[in-house]
Design a binder for this molecule. Structure first.
Ligand code: ATP
Ligand code: MG
Length: 290
């Protein structure tokens, strides 16, 4: 998707024709293509179990696809890559290390380039400052709130100076106010560091708030069934009507993917809260979803 005029080496991350099959089960993912440009935030939405986390692990080089390629800066990867960092819904901090040591931990992996102790300290300090946790750098994980723990996980990612951060529902367990603060932090990281991100989320509003592009996964096997470029500048808090239209369009595409039969009737509802109006705007599926 998003073939566009860009050359392949202008993408920090590309997935080409990915296929994934677990054992003898039917293929989970097939024919999946994805591109992420430098500094771009791409949100991935899709029903539970469609294969979003599996896809992210493949993009991170933590899991092998059955077929297809993942390229970082135009080069195919075989395993994890130092410029690609990943954060999960659970911040996965090591409970016996301070916040500061947890951030430094991300620099100790086998695939990280060798850096001097001074440079390591400098990167850790800069990353902790970037996420606003200087005051807590000597605290243990048990002394951090959920939001602080997730900030620490982000700091651990950015200490690696990644070109792209892969986020698997990173803010899902946080309360609404903290989640909004984390979304602003993600935008700040992009602003300050130029970091691209792939954000998996169940929350369409979160995707609409932060993403430059939304990709909807669906079908069996899964592939991209819709893609929306969100051209609005930040902040988007006041764009209730514009984003509301897109929200309906995305939900409608999702609904069509989940219920291709009932879509034949034009009077269906997406959910109790999202009744599709009769004069529905044209949706922009990239592929046939039936
Ligand atoms: N290691 C594995 N071995 C076998 N099957 C797996 C493995 N990992 C995931 N699956 C299966 O693949 C399917 C997709 O899982 P995945 O976690 O990628 O979905 P998801 O889209 O992230 O779901 P959710 O939104 O609930 O997090 C599920 O049916 C799951 O049971
Ligand atoms: Mg998942």
């Amino acid at each position: 998707m998003n073939a566009g005029p860009l050359q392949s080496n202008t993408y920090v991350l590309q997935a080409q024709n990915l296929r994934l099959q677990y054992g003898d089960a039917a293929p989970l993912i097939d024919g999946l293509n994805l591109t992420v440009a430098a500094g771009e935030i791409v949100a991935i939405l899709g029903p539970s179990g469609v294969g979003k986390s599996s896809l992210l692990r493949i993009l991170a080089g933590l899991q092998k696809a059955s077929d297809g390629k993942v390229l970082v800066d135009g080069e195919p990867i075989d395993g994890t890559h130092p410029r690609v960092a990943m954060a999960f819904q659970d911040p996965s901090l090591l409970p016996w290390l301070t916040l500061e040591k947890n951030v430094a931990f991300g620099l100790d992996f086998r695939h990280q380039p060798d850096i001097t102790k001074a440079e390591k300290n400098q990167r850790v300090t800069a990353a902790i400052r970037e996420v606003g946790l200087e005051h807590a750098r000597h605290r243990m994980p048990a002394e951090l709130s959920g939001g602080m723990a997730q900030r620490t996980a982000l700091a651990r990612c950015i200490a690696r100076q990644p070109e792209v951060i892969l986020l698997d529902e990173p803010f899902g367990a946080l309360d609404e106010v903290t989640r909004a603060a984390m979304q602003r932090l993600l935008l700040k990281l992009r602003e300050d560091l130029g970091t691209a991100a792939v954000l998996i989320t169940h929350d369409i509003d979160e995707a609409l708030q932060v993403a430059d592009r939304i990709v909807l996964l669906g079908g069996a096997p899964a592939h991209a069934i819709g893609e929306w470029k969100i051209a609005y500048t930040q902040p988007r808090d006041d764009l209730v009507e514009e984003l509301g239209q897109l929200r309906i369009e995305i939900l409608r595409t999702l609904h069509r993917a989940l219920h291709p039969q009932s879509e034949k009737s034009k009077n269906n509802a997406v959910s109790a809260n999202n009744v599709i109006p009769q004069n529905m705007i044209e949706s922009k599926e990239l592929a046939d979803v039936s």
